[in-house]
Design a protein around this ligand. Structure first.
Ligand SMILES: NC(=O)c1ccc[n+]([C@@H]2O[C@H](COP(=O)([O-])OP(=O)(O)OC[C@H]3O[C@@H](n4cnc5c(N)ncnc54)[C@H](OP(=O)(O)O)[C@@H]3O)[C@@H](O)[C@H]2O)c1
Length: 237
């Protein structure tokens, strides 16, 4: 039977690349976005049988509930939705801190929680969180973002140990500075500094994330669980 894959943040850079890869592998995909649904709609026009499109603001309970209902049969979830945040720790507002945490780790947790019963009943599932190199290193001005992305490490290990006996693996990909997506927010001069510091001397290839996801979705990966898997060009080891 064709497996269904939920990709949150499929309207974003990495999510859209993963969406196209999953479609080419024959999966049915539930593609989620929020404010930018155009690319998802275009893809839906090309592959109407394979795609369900959902717009939902996952910073709200209503949005999480709407998305979870649309994705009820999914046994794979790729949590790509996320927001960046800049702000030095003693200045960042409580509102910003809470918003970043709500979108970056509370929503992935609550969406997973809604999908776990279907995965358990089928005895198979794959949950993949998306953290960041920012959570692995100390970068000034990233308090909210790094806290939200570090929280995913704890969720990964705990949920992996809880779900292992049900055939469900839980892993976390930690991208470095990729050639796709929210890197657009970084000023050119800073991007050049990042490239200069990166051992591979370029932004990291998003294809590496796609291959990592394909591996984690395979049957052969059933022993890979509770791991944080970095794709960062050697910037953090
Ligand atoms: N790209 C990188 O270099 C990099 C590095 C480290 C970690 N990451 C992580 O990898 C993941 C994917 O990154 P990306 O670069 O592809 O990001 P991106 O291009 O900025 O896309 C972000 C996605 O999150 C969605 N989103 C934002 N706020 C939302 C909300 N309130 N409700 C629902 N959806 C919301 C956006 O939807 P709409 O646009 O439709 O509103 C979009 O689909 C993120 O979790 C990011 O933190 C990326």
């Amino acid at each position: 039977m064709t497996k269904s894959v939920l990709i949150t943040g499929a309207s974003g850079g990495i999510g859209m690349r993963l969406a196209k890869a999953m479609i080419s592998k024959g999966y049915h995909v539930v593609l989620h976005g929020n404010q930018h649904m155009e690319a998802i709609s275009d893809l839906g026009g090309l592959f109407p049988e394979q795609i369900t499109a959902v717009a939902a603001d996952i910073s709200t309970e209503t949005g999480i509930s709407k998305l979870s209902q649309a994705a009820g049969d999914c046994v794979v979830v790729l949590h790509c939705a996320g927001i960046p945040s800049a702000g030095i720790s003693w200045k960042i507002s409580a509102e910003e801190f809470r918003k970043v945490n709500a979108i970056n780790y509370e929503a992935p947790f609550f969406i997973s929680q809604q999908l776990i019963p279907a995965m358990r009943s089928k005895g198979w599932g794959r949950i993949i969180f998306f953290s960041s190199i920012v959570a692995q290193t100390g970068i000034p001005g990233t308090a909210a973002y790094s806290a939200s992305k570090s929280a995913l490490f704890g969720l990964t290990r705990t949920m992996a140990s809880e779900l292992a006996s049900n055939g469900i693996t839980v892993n976390c990909i930690a991208p470095g500075y990729m050639d796709e997506g929210m890197i657009r927010e970084i000023p050119e001069a800073m991007r050049e500094q990042i490239i200069a510091r990166t051992p591979i001397s370029k932004l990291s290839d998003t294809e590496g994330i796609i291959k990592m996801v394909e591996l984690l979705l395979s049957e052969e990966s059933n022993s890979i669980t509770g791991q944080v898997l970095s794709v960062n060009g050697g910037l953090w080891m």
